[in-house]
Design a protein around this ligand. Structure first.
Ligand code: CA
Length: 275
């Protein structure tokens, strides 16, 4: 009877093993895929990304152009001004970000711009990762500038004191924060601009913990003059500014809500190598 029992036990163990383990592993695999999909999606309910760029499709050191800024990077820019370059020095995520050059005297602004890729909007939400090694000088850093054609509608500025500042359509600073942007580390800044000649809203959030959902500070101005709509959207505009180079990454514009931090998936591990 013993050999017979053994022969009965073996298939039993095998059958039990297969029947019990396969559903468990399958369930875990499905669960992990679902979790990854949820993490990779926009984390803020209702937010829809209109354009985004990771700079991952570029070549370190190359000047960014509309032609080389699409592909693996995301939404190609419609215009670029100044010698902004792909940089591997302080990427927010992945291997590359965007370097805004040092500007020591009266010099041209340097930025990347979306226009037709985003189209005319009356309310946008934006996100940018930023790495500064020193506060801007002079007029500060125009981190984001929005225009209706050639007319300003609003700006998000980092002042010479390292604070967030909001400018309206006529270039007046209408609100300034009290917290300083952390230096020599990655930070995230998000913003909302709602257009209106007297009912506009400009809001910016500083996240010194770059991937946090809890802002270090939120700076808001309501009843602002932000024009009637926006058609041009510029990141990284440096007016005369003797700060060390400024690095940006993961720029994005959307609607419907704040875009939140970039989800760091298994293929988007931050680079530890500075070149
Ligand atoms: Ca990147």
């Amino acid at each position: 009877m013993k050999p017979m029992m053994k022969s009965m036990m073996k298939p039993m163990q095998y059958v039990i093993g297969v029947k019990r383990s396969r559903p468990v592993w399958t369930a875990l695999l499905v669960l992990s895929l679902v979790t990854a999909a949820l993490v990779a999606a926009a984390p803020v309910a209702g937010a829809v990304i209109l354009a985004s760029n990771t700079f991952e499709g570029g070549t370190a050191g190359a000047v960014i152009t509309p032609a080389n800024s699409g592909g693996a990077s995301g939404t190609a820019f419609d215009a670029v001004a100044g010698a902004v370059t792909f940089s591997s020095t302080h990427p927010g995520h992945g291997a590359l970000g965007m370097r805004v050059p040092v500007c020591t005297t009266a010099c041209s602004p340097a930025y990347v711009e979306w226009s037709t890729s985003v189209g005319a909007q009356t309310e946008v939400y934006g996100r940018v990762y930023l790495y500064l090694t020193k506060f801007p000088d002079g007029q500060g850093l125009r981190l984001f500038r929005q225009l209706n054609g050639t007319a300003n509608t609003a700006k998000i500025v980092i002042t010479a004191q390292g604070k967030l500042a909001l400018e309206n359509a006529v270039g007046t600073t209408v609100q300034t924060g009290t917290q300083s942007v952390a230096l020599n580390q990655l930070v995230r800044i998000e913003f909302r601009i709602k257009n209106g000649a007297t009912t506009g809203v400009i809001e910016a959030k500083l996240f010194n913990a770059a991937e946090s959902t809890m802002p270090t500070e939120t700076v808001t101005k309501t009843s602002a003059n932000t024009g009637t709509q926006a058609t041009h959207y510029r990141f990284g505009q440096g007016t005369p500014n003797t700060a060390d180079a400024t690095w940006l990454d993961d720029v994005a514009l959307g609607t419907g809500g704040y875009l939140g931090p970039v989800a760091v998936g298994p293929t988007a591990t931050p680079s530890a190598t500075a070149t």
